[in-house]
Design a binder for this molecule. Structure first.
Ligand code: PBG
Ligand code: ZN
Length: 324
């Protein structure tokens, strides 16, 4: 027989801070966090991103010193996004060995060799139309984009990227990248698949941060936010294609999906707290409505509790400076 009130009193374990921490089930540390960064070429000064207070585009010329500063604060991993001045129809700068994708990885690894550098692998910041691949009429041509993803991944790996993170939401992208990496001698480089990526309204500030040229939307290649079964299917397909880790994006509004994927797969599961989630917390706090430090910890803790092993978050540096 399970005991009930008055024998069962949950409050016994909540009486002091010490008791509460002893019985706390979920924790996150800097080991679990990845800091996404925006790096712009051909500029001299930091550019504040107005829709993401506290986040700046880093000039390429200051990337090395920034990476050193992140490392000193305790950041273990970054994800690189380039803000390109070399746009074309296919995003060919991404596989140019002297292009921005390659230079970002090389600069980061040169500055701090032990920093784990994840190379976001997509085209939308390098195409003149802003879509995540090659266009054919009004549609993104899935299969022609795959070959380009392979080339970009190999270029990034050659430049020193530790992890390839494809976010283009093309079918077959993990398999295509795995084959390209293996054929080029990079069978040891893991793929962090943006495996369940929703066509979310929460990416708004990112489009400002990345200077996106996109008109329209990505609903024909990213997932419908209302679909739960399909989310699991998408991630399991990436696992079959050879992904080393899965990812759910955005995070906070998709905790059910994180939990589903945690239970459906044995692979590590990551979650991406995206730009809109960041902006809502920052602006809410600036307006005096919520306590930023507490809400940040509560949201990230909840993402872990839902089942994420690691979290991409723009708050990573704030947490590192606060000593977590
Ligand atoms: C594009 C990409 C996006 C983000 C990461 N990679 C935006 C999009 O799909 O339009 C969003 C990240 C964020 O909002 O923080 N491949
Ligand atoms: Zn993209």
């Amino acid at each position: 027989m399970s005991s009930q009130f008055p024998e069962a009193r949950s409050r016994r374990l909540r009486r002091s801070p010490e008791l509460r921490s002893l019985f706390q089930e979920t924790e996150f540390t800097l080991n679990d966090l990845v800091l996404p960064i925006f790096v712009e070429e051909e500029i001299d000064d930091f550019v504040p991103i107005t829709s993401m207070p506290g986040v700046m585009r880093i000039p390429e010329s200051k990337l090395a010193s920034e990476i050193e500063r992140f490392a000193r604060a305790g950041i273990k991993s970054v994800m690189t996004f380039g803000v390109s001045h070399h746009l074309d129809a296919s995003g060919s700068d991404t596989w140019n060995e002297r292009g921005l994708v390659s230079r970002m990885s090389a600069i980061c690894k040169d500055a701090v060799p032990e920093m784990i550098v994840m190379s976001d692998t997509c085209f939308c910041e390098y195409t003149d139309h802003g879509h995540c691949g090659v266009m054919h009429g009004n549609e993104v041509d899935n299969d022609r984009t795959l070959a380009n993803l392979g080339k970009q991944a190999v270029a990034a790996a050659r430049a020193g990227a530790d992890v390839i993170a494809p976010s283009a939401a093309m079918d077959g992208q993990v398999q295509a990248i795995r084959r390209a990496l293996d054929a080029a001698g990079f069978s040891h480089i893991p793929i962090m698949a943006y495996s369940t990526k929703f066509a979310s309204a929460l990416y708004g500030p990112f489009r400002e941060a990345g200077g996106s040229a996109l008109k329209g939307d990505r609903k024909s290649y990213q997932m419908n936010p209302m679909n739960r079964r399909e989310a699991v299917r998408e991630s399991l397909l990436d696992e079959q294609e050879g992904a080393d880790s899965l990812m759910v994006k955005p995070a906070g509004a998709y905790l059910d999906i994180i939990r589903d994927i945690r239970e459906a797969s044995r692979l590590p599961v990551a979650a991406y707290q995206v730009s809109g989630e960041y902006a809502m917390i920052k602006f809410g706090a600036q307006a005096g409505a919520i306590d930023e430090a507490r809400v940040v910890r509560e949201t990230l803790g909840s993402i872990k509790r839902a089942g994420a092993d690691l979290i991409f978050t723009y708050f990573a540096m704030d947490l590192a400076l606060a000593g977590i």
